[in-house]
Design a protein around this ligand. Sequence first.
Ligand code: C2O
Ligand code: CU
Length: 461
Amino acid sequence: MQTRRSFLKNSLISGSTVLGGGSLGFLASQASATPNLVLRPSVTEFSLHKNQPTKNIFSYNQMGPPPVLRAKQGEPFHVRLENKLPEATTIHWHGLRLPNAMDGVPFLTQPYVYEDETFDYVFTPPDAGTFWYHPHCNTLEQMSYGLTGLLIVDEKDTPDFDADISLNLRDWRLGSDGQFINLYKARKSARAGTFGTIKTANWEENPTYEVPSGGNIRLRAAVTDVTRIFKLMTKGAKATVIALDGYPVPKHFDLNHQNVGPGQRIDLAIRMPDEEGQEVALINSSSSKSWTVATLKAKGSSLKRDIRDLKPLPENPVPIPDLENAEYIPFEFTATAESAPKNGFCGTIGFSFWAINRKSWLGVSPDPMEPLAELKLGKSYIFSFRNRTPHTHPIHLHGLSFTLLKSNKRKIDPFITDTALVLPDERMDVAFVADNPGDWLLHCHIIEHQKTGMSSFIRIS
Ligand code: C2O
Ligand code: CU
């Protein structure tokens, strides 16, 4: 096991380094002396259920849930991480196309940030939309204990909504005394994953938000849970899907039991009922018993909006892959024989159940490792995700966004995303331009799967 000192010596960057951007439009951002904000992860207490304070909650905010961060498309964003946890952490900005050194993956892109150390994240988001942030170190514990927050990148011209509500959807594994129980069961890690016992939106059970009657509401939801795949619908008004995973959909469509897996996001436009007090419920129907995730309640006299007046969201500047000349690379997602872990740090669960292209990597390790694929900067690629398991896997690629091309199981719309939900036995092809240099993780976002081998990385140079 590499010591902290030898790692720091070998690390490529330090927190104050001025960033070199990618060659194709990832603007170098000058680290300003003062950050826009400081995130201080620490251990705290919070009542998630029945006014029972849960101990050993982790948050980026002493008083409650991690803040919803707001950045502006095309403008530099500077966050300082000041670690107040008694263990190392980092921050990964899920879905953002940013310079590799800002991606927050220990060993691969930056050193660990130990207790009382700081690290400055500085980048200029090229895309607007709903994104999120979380650690990439001891991930199952740190995320399960609370470290998952939303990052909203506002469009250059903010669209005309009467309210903009965001929901951080996640569960907690608490016992009847309101305290954490074991975060996983190995038997379940080898299947769909271990589900939480308490279900929350913004750390509350079915919170209600008042919004203008007859108004056009933007409702954003991010599934930051480590396991659960949601299936979302509304009751009380229809909802229109306007963006998925941060990216405006090419054509609006009605929300109808939409799958949203760990790591994924959805933006809805909802025209509230005209009468004060009327409610619109967001419902999850992915389990045998459906439940209300959150409720919007009409307030005041009707604004009498027409949902058809909403202009489509502006497209994000994602380069279009050259499919004719794209190189084709298959990735097989499989189960693997269980074996003992090689080393037990950074939160390895202690099993390997899963593999990509027959390699089972536990996600973080300082030993020399090979990328699963080496890509040429500027070239187009088609990745073929082949799920050879009876479970659904949300497959996430860091630092790049890809377009869904086709599936052997269903009709697919050309959505742009960073996290694709790949169904059992599905083969899904996706395409992108390798325009962002660096080592980028490719992993399942069911964290138990990631931590037991369904993790790898690719290199673009
Ligand atoms: Cu949401 Cu590797 O991350
Ligand atoms: Cu998985």
